[in-house]
Design a protein around this ligand. Sequence first.
Ligand code: G3P
Length: 230
Amino acid sequence: MKTIETKRPLIVVNFKTYTQGTGAKAAALVKSLENVSLHHKMDLVVAVQPTDIYRIAKTIGSTTDVFAQHMDLISPGANTGYILPEAVVDAGAGGVLINHAEHKISIDVIEKTIKRAKKLKLKTIVCVADASQAKAVAVFGSDYIAFEPPELIGGDVSVSSAKPEMITDCLKKIKLMSPLTELLVGAGVKTRKDLEQSIRLGASGVLVASGIVCAKNPAEVLMSWIVEHA
Ligand code: G3P
């Protein structure tokens, strides 16, 4: 498992099942993003489909990590089509997204998945839709909680401009329950301003998908988050 230095903004790019983030294209996308992050003050996590974890894990450097987008609470055996946590580790993942808005699970399963991930030394990012859910899951001590208002996902209005007070509220509630858990924010993140505003509000980084994966030139977008264009 990689050790990501979290003092720098952490950029978690969720490839979802976008064509641009699948298979050989996923590998090329990771390379181009990594080229940017390696030369600047960013840590990069890519959350890819289970079929791409091994391929990506083989090529990434020490400041990039690959996460699974989900895993199932199953044990080795007869569970056709499910994602075995041990297989995620074996494929080379360093962490897992849990309870993404597009793959929700119950609070009970969230707790058990975090426990299982910890046992396997996988880092955990638990997605939540609001501050009360953040408080409810913070007690399980995940590494990160990602606040993503579902209605802003995939849009052009960023969570940091639409709901700044909710970010602050989430952070307060998380730290109350689990001081070591860090906050990420996501949904509609498209610009450097969105990233900066998120950090200013106390987040450790952002969880982003379409703003990077679907961009015409993803590396250029990531670069624009670091370097001001003249
Ligand atoms: O996991 C990140 C995601 O749900 C946010 O999506 O497209 O709004 O960046 P997007």
